[in-house]
Design a protein around this ligand. Structure first.
Ligand code: SF4
Length: 694
């Protein structure tokens, strides 16, 4: 342990890991960061934190940081360190050359949920105003894009309905496909407190997650469903509620579109959606499901929290809509203690989506086909914006393999490691003429890059992150950008190298532009954020203090819309060769692909990914705890160590994906959500065998 001295000053900023958005005091001795102390005035954390925010910041000063821009003619050449000017000129020239040869739409960008709202806004603006296309997508594509679609369709806005304080008023809490104890620890503490006070808990998860152990006096229901059957279970819950007369008819009559409500009632009442009918393929005992449905409908304030175990499925968007249906059916919208709450995995997933990163939406979730919205930006930016949605990440890669897509600017994202079907991603990247990686470290994607632009850690950023409760938090500069340029300055310089005339001198000016063009952000400025600590959007003339709870008097879309949620089994089937189902998740001390946490002290708590397997399945295969096993699917195979445990049900195996050696996405499939292309990471048919076996 180095003695870093006594702190002499502090800077208040926001954690850059999960979507809870904890506030921290970065305490410094001169320019030396001594420690991160959770900030008691942080509205999301109130002085609490987890081991990631508190300890896992050392990556910012890790020796692996790349601090000089680098270029190379071909991806087989060695990197050459160059000046910023040369790197940006090289990148701009290649991107323009690709467009001249292959057309305007042959290049695009990928924004990151790791970056600030201001950085993200500029990257999508780069595509729309400088590239001249809507080829912008975000890593939210592979996590919460179904939330955007599903909540947009049902409620009219693509965000959680509540603030975190709301859980203190919940009487029954449903957790679906989320593991808050590991993935959103500070929110989990608040949830556990409520459970200790007697709130009921309903968990839909193929794995026995820790939060189940927090219930000591209230009811607890674990619906240990077969991976991929969320929609069937949720629809069966609605069946029980409707057929047993437990629906909130007054709420539905007052708040929801009547024709859709009637159609939905008829749909869910069908006997094929009964718990008894669905038990066969969901694996959830009918009586357990009935009890859970009754508990939710009759238990008082009912809140639903969900994670990627909902979205990362071929029916991810349908599942989000099924959740929204359930909330409307029981009148659990529009007051404290209720609502539909996506637990966002990364710090700024919400913001990345808000800022227009998707290829079909301008900032504020407004479709590019809307001429009035396009005109706002066309007048301001002095360009014509295409009315055609651009390419999503998988479409960019498909087009690259087909020879039609040649240039990509990737900010803060390692798509080769985090996106599905690794071989296909590699083939797409290898087919491009200009791949620009803007990041802290060389990563798997940069193996295919021609330009590497050094990025800034969260400690070097000035801007805002928006957390899972729509709270816009300030991120303040703790130390100067180590590579000499902040990320927003790099994007601006790249735009200008391609002929734009951008002249932002501070991120606050970018926020001012966001506020001037995006109605839900109209009342947001750095001045307001500094005065109020943080605000939750919408923040505008109608809601100058922000909006902790949404849809109080009416839904954003007017009337709430029930959607028909027909269960369609995934095409990923088990069979004799691949009889088990693999699902994936995260552990407390590590984070996603581990690029940051593995370069911090946290790595002492977790130095390899393991495969959880039920004792019955392990015994059948001669596998003991700690044995090295082969995990094989139709896509590929990897090796990792077995952890024999009854946390997973027979027939289900589970692993994390924090270490590059594991390469879990070598085995995942290329199936994806029907509406958004969010990959189906949570269901892969696999076989597990001894590593030295057949
Ligand atoms: Fe950071 Fe999330 Fe932990 Fe809070 S709960 S300290 S935001 S990782």
């Amino acid at each position: 342990v180095r003695d870093l001295g006594t702190p002499t000053r502090s800077v208040i900023t926001t954690c850059a890991y999960c979507g809870v958005g904890c506030s921290f005091k970065a305490e410094l001795n001169g320019d030396q960061l001594v420690r991160m102390v959770p900030h008691k005035d942080g509205r999301a954390n109130r002085g609490h934190s987890c081991v990631k925010g508190r300890f896992a910041y050392g990556y910012a000063e890790h020796q692996d940081r790349i601090l000089m821009p680098m270029v190379r003619e071909n991806i087989t050449d060695p990197w050459r360190e160059v000046s910023w000017e040369e790197a940006l000129g090289f990148a701009a020239k290649r991107l323009r050359a690709a467009q001249e040869t292959h057309g305007r739409d042959s290049i695009g960008v990928i924004t990151s949920s790791r970056c600030t709202n201001e950085e993200t806004y500029l990257v999508q603006k780069l595509a729309r105003a400088v590239f001249g296309n809507n080829n912008t997508d975000t890593c939210a594509r592979v996590c919460h894009s179904p939330t955007g679609y599903g909540l947009g369709q049902t409620f009219g806005t693509s965000a959680g309905t509540q603030d975190f304080d709301s859980v203190e008023h919940s009487d029954v809490v449903v957790v679906i496909g989320a593991n808050p104890t590991d993935a959103h620890p500070v929110f989990a503490s608040r949830l556990k407190k409520r459970l200790r006070e007697g709130a009921k808990l309903i968990v839909l998860d193929p794995r026995r997650i820790d939060i189940l152990e927090s219930v000591h006096i209230g009811e607890r229901h674990h619906l240990e469903l077969r991976p991929g059957t969320n929609v069937a279970v949720l629809t069966a819950m609605a069946h029980v509620i409707v057929t047993e007369g437990l629906a909130d008819d007054a709420f539905i009559a007052a708040r929801c579109a009547p024709d859709d409500a009637e159609g939905y009632g008829t749909f869910v009442s069908d006997p094929r959606h009964s718990p008894e009918a669905t038990e066969i393929y969901t694996g959830v005992p009918a009586q357990t499901l009935r009890q859970a449905a009754r508990a939710f409908a009759t238990g008082g304030n009912g809140a639903i929290y969900y994670g990627l175990g909902v979205t990362e499925h071929s029916q991810g968007s349908t599942t989000v809509m099924a959740i929204a249906n359930l909330a409307m059916l029981t009148g659990n919208i529009g007051r404290p203690g209720v609502g539909v709450n996506p637990l966002r995995g990364q710090n700024n997933v919400q913001g990345a989506c808000d800022m227009g990163s998707f290829p079909h939406e301008l900032p504020g979730y407004r479709h590019v086909k809307n001429p009035e919205v396009r005109k706002v930006y066309e007048d301001l930016w002095g360009v014509t914006i295409s009315a055609e949605p651009g390419l999503r990440i998988p479409n960019m890669l498909d087009a690259a393999v087909a020879g039609d897509f040649k240039g990509l600017y990737v900010q803060g994202e390692d798509i080769l490691q985090s996106d599905p079907d690794t071989h296909h991603v590699a083939a797409g990247l290898a087919a491009m003429e200009c791949v620009i990686v803007h990041d802290l470290f060389l990563n798997e994607t940069s193996n295919y890059a021609h330009v590497f632009l050094p990025g800034s850690s969260f400690l070097e950023k000035d801007g805002t992150f928006t957390n899972a409760e729509r709270r816009i938090n300030r991120v303040r500069t703790v130390m100067a950008p180590k590579a000499g340029m902040a990320d927003w300055e790099v994007t601006q310089a790249l735009a200008n190298a391609m002929g734009a005339g951008w002249s932002y001198s501070h991120p606050s000016e970018i926020m001012d532009e966001i506020a001037a063009t995006t109605p839900s952000f109209a009342g947001v400025s750095y001045e307001v954020l500094d005065q109020k600590n943080s605000v939750q959007w919408p923040c505008n003339d109608m809601a100058p203090e922000g909006t902790p709870l949404m849809h109080i008097a009416g839904f954003v879309r007017g009337q709430g819309r029930f959607m028909i949620t027909e269960y369609i089994a995934t095409d990923e089937k088990t069979g004799p060769r691949f009889p088990l189902l693999l699902t994936t998740g995260r552990i407390l001390s590590q984070y996603n692909v581990g690029a940051q946490t593995r370069r911090t002290a946290n790595t002492v708590w977790h130095d390899e990914d393991v495969l959880e397997i039920h004792p019955h399945d392990a015994e059948q295969r001669g596998i003991a705890d700690g044995t090295l096993v082969k995990l094989a699917s139709r896509s590929g195979e990897i090796s990792l160590r077995a952890s024999v445990t009854d946390r997973v049900a027979p027939g289900v195996v589970y692993t994390t994906f924090h270490h590059p050696d594991t390469q879990a996405n070598v085995v995942t499939t290329d199936y994806s959500d029907w509406a958004t292309n969010c990959p189906e990471y949570k269901v892969t048919a696999v076989q597990v065998s001894l590593s030295n076996g057949p």
